[in-house]
Design a protein around this ligand. Sequence first.
Ligand code: ZN
Length: 266
Amino acid sequence: MNASATLKSELSFTRVIGNLSAKRAIEVAAVAAASMIIKGPHGAQKGLIANAYAELYPSRLVVRISVSDRPEELRQRLADHGDLSDILLLIPNLPELKRETLVYLKELLDQQVLIVATVQHCPCGNLNSRVRGCSCDLETVQRYRSRIPFGLLDACSMLVESDEPTCSDIMARQNGFDSGDERIDAVLARVKKASPAFIARREPIPLKMEAIDLLDTAVRCLSLSTVAVENIRKLTTAITYLESTSYELAPAHCVAEAIQYVMKNN
Ligand SMILES: [Zn+2]
């Protein structure tokens, strides 16, 4: 997939309506090379946002997994490719994958393979929908959610929520107030500027005093794991460099944004 070779109007990034926070999240992810889970009800453009992430990462080979793929078939496909470091795995409906495939995905995350997966809140897909009612009982929802091993959830750096576009989002698009296509150039330019600074820094950027206090409070109040804290530090570095590559210390608001992306308990 190559953003420059595709008409702007055909880009998934351009076709996403509303969902500005999800668009911001994929910008951060593209700098940090972060795996992410995109969560939302039916109609929340999860697949489109996942494709949009791939468009911000034109150097990666996109490998699409389907829920019917067996782990051995996936292993073979990836083995045929050889180098795993330039692959982006796009995965629909993560909880519907076979258990062995989910375990294998955790292995791949440990090998730094980039994964973008979508998840709905419940089996019918309508939980948290603004327009449709959910038919699932609580036990079914809990069983569905528990299909994703916590190790896999924790290893995915980011959890991004997407929503169904609102009427005002749709009207803004129809009336041309939100063309959706003017930002991708700006986003790609910011990613291109921030990425070398992120790659050059092998350790996370040091934090300002108030940013340290904020992170300490979050660790205490949210019982964050060591992996989650490492992910916050990585994402904070990306967010800081998106703001300015000349910063030597990360401000607190960059930590605050990074904390949102690792919240996995909702
Ligand atoms: Zn449901």
